[in-house]
Every structure is written in C-alpha cells, then in structure tokens.
Design a protein around this ligand. Structure first.
Ligand code: FAD
Ligand code: UDP
Length: 388
C-alpha cells in the first residue's frame, strides 16, 4: 500500500451529490478525505458534459434542481450561480400536448368550456384553490364528476407511463411515487412548485468540481472501492490495513456484501441520445409520452440549459428491470415491504461496523431528489462531526 493513503481521516465511496457534499463538509472540518469513484468522472447521475456537437447533455437523464429548502439552495450556491426558470412539462396525449401535472389549464384544454367551468368550480370547492391532490386520492372521490376527471387523468397521464416506468400499475407501486406529480388545483403549469428551481449556470459537473476542489480532498476516479476496501467482522480493511476513520458509502448496499441475500431490485433506464441538425425538435424541454411509445419521455436539452446552438440534442428514456449485468445502472429503488425487508438485512450487516455510514439514493434505497440528498449529507456529516 502507498504510504500516503494511511494519512486519510475519512473515506467516501461515490462522488455523486451525497459523496461530494459529505467530502466537502468533512474536509472543511479539518479531516483529510479520500473519495473513491468507480466511474471515470465525478457528479454521479447529475454528471453533464458537452456531446460531440457541443450541446450540453445530462448523461444519466435530465436533472432539474428544485427545492423548498433554502439551506440546500444556499449550500449549492456556494459552488455555482444559477440559470433559474420554472420547469414545465407537457404530455403527448394522442398527439395533443397538455400541461403536466394536470391542472386547471389542462382541464380547460381537455373539456369544452361549459363543462370545464363546472368541473373547475367543483374541484375548487372540494379541495381548495392551490391544493395538490394525488391521483390515487382523486380516484377515491365519490362525486361522479370528480371521478370522471380522475378517470381521465388516470387513463391518459398515469396508467401507461407508470406501466412503462415501473412495469406495474399505479395501484401496485408505492403511492408516494405517483404522489410526486399530483393533480394541482391552480393555473400553475410548472412541474415543481418549489421556490428555487433551475440549473447550475455552467452545468452540474463544474459545480461538483468546485465542491471537491479542496486541499484536504483527494478524488480517485475509475476505482471500484470494493477493490480497496473489505470488511472483517466489525472492522474496515483499507488497502490491507485496518482503517478506523469514517467510511461513507453511497453505492448499492447489496453490492458491498456480494449480494449474499440476493439482489435488491431496481429499475434501470436506457438513454437513447440523438443529435438533430435543426434548431428545434419539440419546442419544450420535456415531453412525457403518457399513452403511446415504449419510451417514457423525450428531453430536449437546449430548453433545460438555455444553450443557444444551431443544432439540438434529444434523449429518449426506455425503462427496464435492472439485473446487475455488466454496464447496467440501478437508477430507481422499488419501494415495497419485501424490498425494504431485504434492504434492512443488508443494513444490519453494516450496523456491526461502527465507522461505516450509508448515505444516498442507492445506499439508503430511497427515492431522493438532489436537494434531499444535500440535506441528508449535511445532516450525516454534522452528526459525525459532533460524535468525534
Ligand atoms: P449517485 O448520483 O448515484 O452517486 C453514487 C455514486 O457512487 C456513483 O457515481 C457511482 O458510480 C458511485 N459508486 C457506486 N458504487 C461504487 C463503488 N463500489 N466504488 C466506487 N464508486 C461507487 N433529482 C432532482 O432533484 N431533480 C431531477 O430532475 C432529477 N432527475 C433524475 C432523473 C433520473 C433519470 C434519475 C435516475 C434521477 C434523477 N434525480 C433527480 C435524482 C438524483 O439523480 C439523485 O438525487 C442524486 O443523483 C443522488 O445522488 P447520490 O450521490 O445518492 O447517487
Ligand atoms: N408519472 C406518470 N405520468 C407522468 C409523470 C409521472 O405516470 O406524466 C408517474 C410515474 O409513475 C412516475 C412518477 O409519476 O414514475 C413520478 O414522476 P417523476 O416525474 O417525479 O419521475 P422521475 O423524474 O423521478 O423519473
């Protein structure tokens, strides 16, 4: 083993949001931090880069920062300025583009005026202006007219998209998932209603580069941590030597233990990028295909990043069940009782090792957004700093 590695106080596995924020926080508390990242770049799934035509793309799917947590916004603002905008999404329903989440504007696009006016009045009376009603809750309503709207939204926005994304119906998946895109009783067409939303002005990758640029942080990319770290009973062995500093792991927890209880299920995605030698493809940043096609959505990056260019790049997302095969990436944990029980078995193995912490969308097997990840990383590092 190289001598210098013994000098690290903390090791962080994964350089996504979770790992990068944690690394910065521990470094600023005076610790020397080693970050091991298996990909050849930092940023995790938020990574962006110019494609061969110079269009800034998000390699692992479109990422829009949005939060109501000022603390998360302020934290990232230390490392980036913002291109702020209110993100809007439309659904392609049999060729007609309608705003999603379904809202009062959408209502007026799908029903003729008199009917839409009556339904609008009823929705406002029942739920209140500004309320957000998950589709599964809307479907529980007994009023026949509200049921009619619920059925429309269910059939035309949720059912087919959810079948593609999860391989299951909206009833079969965790209600919190469809609850992310509720019916909104207002004229707000934005996909997210939180006060801070947009893109890091120069992209995510420069933001993470800045975050990890600290004299006490060393980042090694192209390194699978499992080639450097193993566990022996309640001890961490780093490069063959016992390591007593903090180890924060942000990868899939089953893989730490060779999937000894079986693989944790995830949904994965195939991203098909296409460059088009034309100024505009779809006139919107994201179009969800909610009643047709095998892909779930098409993103046109220029509309997300504000980039001006003569050509344009789009990406189609094709979901499939993650198998763990070489090259596949686990993107979405699948929340249900059986999977949570399996996750807990793996977590229990890490609990025996007092200096190992699980952090992140994969390691915690949770559907976290970027802002929630920032908050969790700040919370965990605060706890670690207070303990020692
Ligand atoms: P990751 O970004 O997955 O980082 C984990 C890192 O650990 C990876 O780089 C991985 O290579 C590395 N790693 C794993 N195992 C090892 C190992 N053994 N050795 C070394 N390194 C290892 N959130 C939003 O807020 N807005 C959005 O618009 C949004 N869009 C999304 C779209 C898609 C398609 C997906 C999948 C997610 C989206 N998210 C979005 C969620 C966002 O990606 C996550 O909140 C965030 O990336 C989680 O960060 P993380 O650090 O936990 O995980
Ligand atoms: N969803 C849907 N139709 C849509 C948008 C969302 O059915 O047009 C459902 C689908 O089940 C999806 C979930 O709502 O997985 C959450 O959507 P979100 O856009 O938050 O998913 P993400 O961007 O995280 O993939």
């Amino acid at each position: 083993m190289r001598k210098e590695e013994k000098m690290f106080d903390s090791v962080i596995i994964g350089a996504g949001v979770a790992g990068s924020v944690a690394a910065r926080e521990l470094a600023e508390s005076g610790r020397s931090v080693l970050v091991l990242e298996q990909r050849d770049h930092i940023g995790g799934n938020c990574y962006d880069e110019p494609d061969e035509h110079g269009i800034l793309i998000h390699k692992y799917g479109p990422h829009i920062f949005h939060t109501k947590e000022k603390k998360a916004y302020d934290y990232l603002s230390r490392f980036t300025d913002w291109y702020a905008f209110g993100h809007e999404v439309v659904a392609n329903v049999y060729g007609k583009l309608i705003p999603v989440p379904f809202n009062l504007n959408t209502l007026h696009m799908v029903y003729e005026k008199e009917k839409a006016d009556t339904l609008e009045k009823k929705l406002i009376e029942t739920f209140g202006m500004g309320s957000r009603v998950p589709i599964l809750k809307l479907r529980e309503q007994e009023d026949p007219e509200i049921r009619q709207i619920a059925d429309y939204v269910y059939e035309n926005i949720f059912l087919h998209y959810t079948m593609k994304q999860w391989g299951q119906t909206p009833e079969e998946i965790d209600p919190a998932v469809t609850g992310r895109v509720p019916v909104v009783i207002s004229y707000d067409n934005r996909y997210f209603q939180e006060p801070w939303q947009g893109m890091p002005l120069h992209g995510y990758t420069p933001m993470f580069e800045k975050m990890l640029d600290h004299p006490k942080i060393r980042v090694e990319t192209g390194v699978d941590a499992r080639s450097r770290i193993r566990f022996e009973e309640d001890q961490v062995i780093l490069d063959g030597e016992p390591f007593c500093g903090e180890v924060i792991y942000t990868g899939p927890v089953d893989e730490l233990f060779n999937c000894c209880f079986g693989r944790l299920p995830y949904r994965s995605l195939r991203f098909d990028f296409e460059y088009l030698d034309q100024k505009d493809y779809q006139g919107h940043s994201v179009v969800n295909y909610t009643v047709s096609e095998d892909f779930t959505r098409i993103t046109e990056f220029k509309y997300l990043t504000g980039q001006k260019a003569p050509g344009t790049t789009i990406v189609r997302e094709y979901p499939f069940a993650y198998t763990g095969a070489e090259g596949e990436i686990p993107y979405y944990s699948i929340a249900n009782e059986a999977n949570q029980a399996l996750y807990e078995k793996y977590r229990a193995l890490t609990e025996k090792i007092p200096n190992v912490w699980l952090l992140g969308r994969l390691a915690e097997y949770k559907y976290y957004n970027i802002d929630a990840m920032v908050m969790k990383a700040l919370e965990l590092t605060e706890k670690i700093k207070q303990e020692v």
